[in-house]
Structure formats: C-alpha cells, structure tokens
Design a protein around this ligand. Structure first.
Ligand code: ATP
Ligand code: MG
Length: 374
C-alpha cells in the first residue's frame, strides 16, 4: 500500500479505540462485588441524609480502585439525591482551592474563577447550599497522598470533615484512595483523631481474573476474531507479572496498532512481543515518573547512570538544582514511590547510603529521555 492508500484506508482492527483509553469506564465491573458491597454499607447512611462513614480504599496500582468508586458514585447518583458525591483526582487537583472548585463544579456545573473569589467564600457557598437542601456530601480523594505534597493542601480534609461545626446540619464524609501501603501511617499520624477510616482493601487480581477482564476489554475494543483467547492469556501472564492491569490494556492496544500497521487482520504473538518491548513494560514506570519534578527526574537519572552511587557524590551531581533539604525530600519521595532502594554501607568509620533504581537502569533512562522529549 502506498501512503495515500494507507491514509485513506478505513480498514481497522479496532471496533472502538477509546476502550483502551486510560480513563475509559468499562461497561461491567468484574470481581469487585465484595469490595463494592463493603463500600455500599459504609456510605449508605449518607443516602438517608446521615453521615457517610470515612473510608480508606487501599490496594496496589491497577487493582480497580478508581474504577470501582466511579461505578459506586454513578449508582448513588441514580439512587438518591440525598447525597452529593464528588470524585477528585488529587494527582491533578492538589491544592485546597482546586479541590473545593471541583466540589463547586459538581454542584453548580461550573468551576468558580481562579482569581478573585476567596476559598472561604466558595466553601461557605457550598456548605450553605448543602445545608439548605438537606444533602450530605461524600468526597473521594483519589491518590490522596498527592495532597500532602503541597503545603496546607491536606487542610481541605479538615475543612470537609469539620463542616458540621459551622454548618450543623451538613453531614460529610471522605473516601481516601491510596495505593501506597506505607502512606497509611502518614495519614494516621497527620490526621490523627479527625480521620479514622474503615478500610476496604483491594487485593491484586489473580491470573484468571486478569484474563477475564482483558478478554472483556478486547471484546469491546476489537472486531471479532482479531485476537485469540490464547493470546489474551499470554497478555494476562505478562500483566500478572507486573501486577498492574494497565500493562495488559496497553499491550492489547499497542499490539493491535502494530498488527494494523503491518496490514494484518489478526494480532499475532510477535505483535504482542514487539508491543511489550516497545511500550507496555514501561507503562507502570511512565505513570510514576510522569508526576516527578525536573529535579527529582535528574536525581533519578543520576542513580540510574551510576547504580550504587553514594549520597555525597549524588549530591554533587544534582546540587545545582536541589538544595540539601529538597535533596533529601526528593530521595524520600523516590523511595516511597518504589522507584529506588537504598543501602547503608560502612565507609572508614562512618556510614553512608548508596542508591539503586528498582527497575532495570536502562528502562528508567529510556522513560526519562522520553519524558524530556515531550
Ligand atoms: N474489575 C475490573 N473490571 C474491568 N476493568 C477493570 C477492573 N479493574 C480495573 N479495570 C481496568 O484497569 C485499569 C486500571 O484500573 P483503575 O484505574 O481503577 O486502578 P487503580 O486501582 O485506581 O490504580 P491506581 O492505584 O494506579 O490509581 C482501568 O483501565 C480499569 O478500567
Ligand atoms: Mg486510581
């Protein structure tokens, strides 16, 4: 085919490409009945105008936490107008103002202007409105740890939970969503006494569950016969190894694109292997790195370039963009994100720390270069 034919050809393997978009909401939620039931029980008081229980949804990345909350909130909306539910992506909205704006948008259909309207007046307007209508408020703070990176951003949790102090007939609750086990402690310490949540744990999917979910996705996204069940099983194996469903979803769509670019009518094993090498194995890493600052990326790069590098030498390399304090904050962040490990070693009479990347160094460097090009 020449280029013109290729551009004009509407032959495609994809029935619906959006099915593979990271924000796509699947038609059906599989294997999360138990978790959904626990959540329903916890938020139910809100449907009767009472106070929904505060909840912590916790589980590794790609285990359906965000998806389940979307399903739940959609159902709540259909079932009752006694409770307003708001889902906030704290990766994107990580200031007090942006969170309260999102609640405003949910209630009034638009965001307040960024300048000129003070936070407190938006907050008061929202709470007064809820009080007048006798509605309770349930806010899901997704990836809640991001609220703790901006100074005072997590104060929004106090403001939501203590609304009843100034607005006595407003009932509020928070569903905090978290994928980092170790941050649970931080939450407990920093929000001591105000946020004592019930936990709903999202375990990783088994291999056969992963297979069923991916098969459903493939069925929705590809025309019939484009991918065999055996190949979906092969993708499920890769996915379980990484423990993140996104790897499987990315493998489905990338191998579809590769097969399509070779004018094939079906995906073959070699297309999946090529997609894995080229893209899918980086999905989890890309997601983690996409939210790092320039200084943090530089730090990670130096560690990837020199595995086992000691803290003194590392600081010399990045001292131009990080000071002592931000240097150690950035190291902690990389460690809590599961990007690096450190070891204490004895040097002469003293002790020093040395650092390593958790993923293969060449993968880290490839993804960092890729981000730099954007
Ligand atoms: N039970 C399920 N049924 C169908 N699709 C699912 C299910 N669980 C997850 N998925 C799909 O897997 C992908 C990742 O799910 P989701 O974003 O909900 O994970 P998460 O637990 O919120 O991850 P993270 O902690 O990284 O935010 C999404 O594309 C979602 O549609
Ligand atoms: Mg999520």
């Amino acid at each position: 085919m020449d280029i013109k034919d290729m551009l004009m050809s509407d032959e495609t393997l994809f029935r619906d490409e959006e099915v593979f978009d990271p924000n796509y909401l699947p038609e059906e939620l599989l294997f999360r009945d138990k978790e959904l039931q626990s959540l329903v029980a916890l938020i139910k008081p809100g449907l009767r105008g009472g106070k929904p229980h505060n909840t912590l949804v916790i589980g590794p990345p790609g285990t359906g936490k965000t998806t389940t909350i979307h399903f739940l909130f959609d159902e709540v909306e259909k079932a009752s107008d006694k409770m307003v539910t708001v889902h906030v992506n704290c990766k994107l909205l990580n200031t007090k103002f942006s969170v309260v704006s999102e609640i405003h948008k949910r209630i009034y259909g638009f965001r307040p202007p960024d300048t000129g309207v003070p936070y407190t007046s938006i907050y008061d307007k929202i709470m007064t409105n809820l009080g007048r209508k006798g509605q309770s408020l349930l806010v899901a703070l997704d990836d809640v740890d991001f609220l703790f990176e901006e100074k005072y951003a997590n104060d929004i949790m106090y403001d939501i939970l203590r609304a009843y102090e100034h607005f006595p007939n407003v009932r509020t609750g928070i569903v905090a969503i978290l994928s980092k086990e170790d941050f649970r402690e931080v939450l407990a310490t920093k929000l001591y006494s105000i946020f004592m949540p019930q936990e709903v744990i999202f375990p990783p999917y088994s291999m056969s569950e992963t297979y069923e979910i991916l098969r459903m996705r493939a069925h929705a996204g590809f025309f019939p016969g484009v991918i065999s069940d055996e190949l979906v099983e092969h993708i499920a194996e890769y996915t379980t190894r990484h423990g993140d469903l996104r790897v499987g979803i990315s493998l489905l769509s990338s191998s579809g694109l590769i097969a399509e670019s070779k004018a094939k009518r079906k995906i073959e094993l070699e297309d999946i292997e090529a997609a894995y090498e080229k893209k899918a194995r980086f999905v989890t890493l890309e997601e983690k790195l996409s939210v790092l600052s320039e200084g943090e990326l530089k730090l990670l790069k130096e560690i990837a370039l020199d595995g086992g590098i000691r803290s003194g030498k590392l600081y010399d390399k990045v001292g131009n963009c990080l000071n002592k304090k931000t240097f150690s904050q950035a190291l902690n962040k990389l460690e809590t994100y599961g990007l690096i490990d450190s070891k204490f070693i004895t040097v002469g009479r003293g002790r020093s720390r040395s650092f390593y990347t958790r993923s293969p160094e060449e993968d880290v460097l490839l993804v960092i270069d890729d981000i730099a090009k954007r």
